[in-house]
Design a binder for this molecule. Sequence first.
Ligand SMILES: *Cc1c(COP(=O)(O)O)cnc(C)c1O
Length: 372
Amino acid sequence: MIPVNQPFLGSPELNNVKECIKSGWISSKGRFISRFEEEFARFCGLKYGITTTSGTTALHLALVALDIGAGDEVIIPDFTMIASAYAVIYTGARPVFVDSEQKTWNMDISQVEGLITRRTKAIMPVHIYGHPVDMDPLRILAHRYGLHIIEDAAESHGAEYKGKRCGSLGDIGAFSFYANKIITTGEGGMIVTDNRKIAQKARRIKDLAHSTQKRFLHTELGYNYRMTNMQAAVGLAQLGRIHESIRKKREIASLYRRNLEQITGIRLPEEEKWAMSVYWMYAFLVEKEFGMGREDLRRELSGEGIETRDFFVPMHKQPVIRKMFPSVKNKKYPVAERISKEGLYLPTGLALRKKDILSVCSALKRIKENIS
Ligand SMILES: *Cc1c(COP(=O)(O)O)cnc(C)c1O
């Protein structure tokens, strides 16, 4: 089986973890935590990094640090991973969904202004599958209406928008280090920002919000979102190879593109002129002209020993969201709906070999030939 994703770890990770165990620094204090935070923030071009237990908790912490809560609204894409919506819901705020645009599958910026109300506090763009959102028009809107921007950069470590790294384009960037992300700590996350006040507040709140005057005295609600030194030890070693990992992702993408672009009926991902995508996952749409639906294609590929995944189920289709926010049932998100039915992604793991990619491509060509 060619797995859809496999993390790439080696002796730098192992040696760092060994040091934690030998030294006894296994909880959330220790030298790897602060180094990982500083170096990852610097990688993003920012001053402050605050580690968390996951990408989901990083998003939640970002929203709380910006005082977003009950009665507020946050604009997020309809087509995203459920954690983006959950984080908003945890704060008591309401997620307001925007449809996708055709080309990059990211939130359609042209529809955002029409969704802003008196209650809107923030916009949360998600750089889907490693391709940056068109941030300039969004930043103009945020400025005009006094809104915060929180980037969900869980899939886009190192991706660039007009030469600047994703995660550094709003008030706060949130990352995940789950095993299938571009760098991993097993489980884990981080928020990054240039704002010292926000950084201080986030750092306090993720550690139970101890009062600055007196330990064990608490004047605001805190959480335990502390990453362990062992996780940061893995993360720091992973950060040491991030340029290599991004190069590898882009190589995988260009090899797929070269071998698949002749096949009619599959719409390959495009990269905007202003974007440097990190192709977190190599995803495409199976259109009518292919002659076989997405589900059948996935079954055929699986028969050939190739693991794939289908696209996210849009937020307005999620039973949990329809139960909590029944009005989404009356709204239309045609692009998100279509791509979620037609989209799939291929093996894109960092441990993938060139011959695996080529055999995925020949399997796809074979399947296509057998249809007609
Ligand atoms: C992975 C992911 C998350 C959540 O990260 P976890 O570490 O799994 O909590 C959030 N948003 C997006 C877009 C993701 O892909």
